[in-house]
Design a protein. Structure first.
Length: 88
């Protein structure tokens, strides 16, 4: 699965042609979660509360880039890297 961003110990990945709703896979200190791009809510798995606040904020700021990547995946095109919360 392609990694699109790494920051603060988070690894954010996307699958090509993944199932709806549009989401990212987030890995953090042994936790795994699927986070919906539109809402920033967890749709599968779990994250600690503080980690979830960081990811929710990052997803909100990067929503357009994440949705563009989601569409690239649907078309089987290469994903682009998305800047992490550590460069903002």
């Amino acid at each position: 699965m392609p990694t699109i961003s790494i920051f603060f110990g988070f690894v954010v990945q996307m699958y090509w042609r993944d199932h709806p709703p549009p989401h990212v896979h987030v890995y953090y200190q042994g936790f795994e979660a699927l986070v919906a791009i539109e809402s920033g809510e967890i749709v599968g798995g779990s994250l600690p509360p503080a980690a979830m606040r960081i990811i929710r904020s990052w997803v909100a700021r990067r929503r357009a880039e994440l949705l563009a990547n989601w569409e690239r995946g649907r078309q089987r095109e290469p994903f682009e890297r998305v800047p992490g919360a550590d460069v903002e």
